[in-house]
Design a protein around this ligand. Sequence first.
Ligand SMILES: NC(=O)C1=CN([C@@H]2O[C@H](COP(=O)(O)OP(=O)(O)OC[C@H]3O[C@@H](n4cnc5c(N)ncnc54)[C@H](OP(=O)(O)O)[C@@H]3O)[C@@H](O)[C@H]2O)C=CC1
Ligand SMILES: CC(C)CCC[C@@H](C)[C@H]1CC=C2C3=C(CC[C@@]21C)[C@@]1(C)CC[C@H](O)C(C)(C)[C@@H]1CC3
Length: 446
Amino acid sequence: MSERFQPPAQRRPWPLLRALGPRWNSEDPWGEPESGPPDGSPPSPGAAALMLLLPVTMFHLLLVARSGPARLLGPPPYLPGLEELWSPWALLLCLTWLGLQAALYLLPARKVAEGQELKDKSRLRYPINGFQALVLTALLVGLGVSAGLPLSALPEMLLPLAFAATLTAFIFSLLLYLKALVAPASALAPGGNSGNLIYDFFLGRELNPRICSFDFKYFCELRPGLIGWVLINLALLMQEAELRGSPSLAMWLVNGFQLLYVADALWYEEAVLTTMDIIHDGFGFMLAFGDLAWVPFTYSLQAQFLLYHPQPLGWPLASFICLINAVGYYIFRGANSQKNTFRKNPSDPRVADLETISTATGRRLLVSGWWGMVRHPNYLGDLIMALAWSLPCGVFHLLPYFYFLYFTALLVHREDRDERQCLQKYGLAWHEYCQRVPYRIVPYVY
Ligand SMILES: NC(=O)C1=CN([C@@H]2O[C@H](COP(=O)(O)OP(=O)(O)OC[C@H]3O[C@@H](n4cnc5c(N)ncnc54)[C@H](OP(=O)(O)O)[C@@H]3O)[C@@H](O)[C@H]2O)C=CC1
Ligand SMILES: CC(C)CCC[C@@H](C)[C@H]1CC=C2C3=C(CC[C@@]21C)[C@@]1(C)CC[C@H](O)C(C)(C)[C@@H]1CC3
């Protein structure tokens, strides 16, 4: 890069979260992430700790959600034995679910999109049929339920299902690690190839692991986890209807909001091809566990909480919460669509009038519209929605706010990573953007 901006001393990312991003290069913190051979550094404690901490947190949340006091910060009500966690039926269900989603992925797609240019100048092709997979899954589940499939029994199986999903993610990551051993150097991700086994296993070595045209990372990012999440929500709603005669208004809201979020992700599936996870990150334990276990079992926490802790909610408050979700969605969708439209075709009439700054790469940066308000307006919208998903659960428990708290930490860390990458890519132009748009996520706050 011709003009690499050298910023003043910046804070280092928090030690534990360093494990989530490319390895920090202390000599040149704004330079290329380290990806070289073993350097004799000790095993990455952050990666090892997270590999243990993430599943433990997930099981803690599952146990606490069904306990009376539902204390996020207290000890779990009890420690489950292996006989409660392990069930061959749960593993079979988990694998059947993955098989079903893989079959739907392989169906003819309405469109095949090209990904970003790779190191070797080639572009991968991706089927755009995620929304179709959602609709077909809904039809199949609907048929199954009308034929007597006991979907409302699913909540009773959450613990063994989460265990099976964690096991699957672990074995899958191991296979991905082995596959990367025979992958060409051009197929490896910029991070995750440090030579440190634990660190590389956690972050993932290969950028786009595939067998023929089946792309594992792209498949896992959107389908089994996200569709699994709304299916778990639906099962919780049905069980609530069985227990109390009808689902509560709070349960309807949580189901509706999260279904909208998942349907939106699958409708705009192509946009995922420009996210950091697809362009930059390897596919390892973090994403495999995140996609297959963390998303369905912790993102459904509010619905789990509501099944065991019904909350009274009147229409006036419900309408206000809907308004908050609508505002969040409006910002999230507006910002994501504006950037995607601009990146696809800067002269599109919807974005042609927006003010921009040029960069040395030839790409321009938006400095008006949503991207002139803060540097990550899409994160702001996402966070507002996260709040709206928790509010139907009342304000007397911290547990339903776990997603909001975790998500804030995730997005702050993600924003930090993205800023470093953009600074490296755009140099002085990024510095100018930061001066013109000083706030990162929340106007006048952060
Ligand atoms: N629910 C969940 O668990 C999660 C949800 N998300 C959501 O996923 C979505 C995607 O997030 P993510 O992939 O992190 O990042 P973004 O979609 O925000 O993409 C960041 C990229 O956008 C481009 N960009 C930044 N500023 C500008 C500008 N001013 N003008 C034009 N382009 C700009 C840069 O790439 P370039 O210039 O190369 O185009 C930058 O690297 C977000 O809505 C986020 O909220 C993310 C993580 C988890
Ligand atoms: C387990 C760890 C703490 C972290 C794992 C992170 C993953 C769960 C997330 C990383 C990026 C994600 C995205 C979405 C879901 C969560 C993960 C996989 C996303 C698919 C949600 C829906 C959105 O509309 C999106 C923009 C498509 C998201 C893309 C990033």
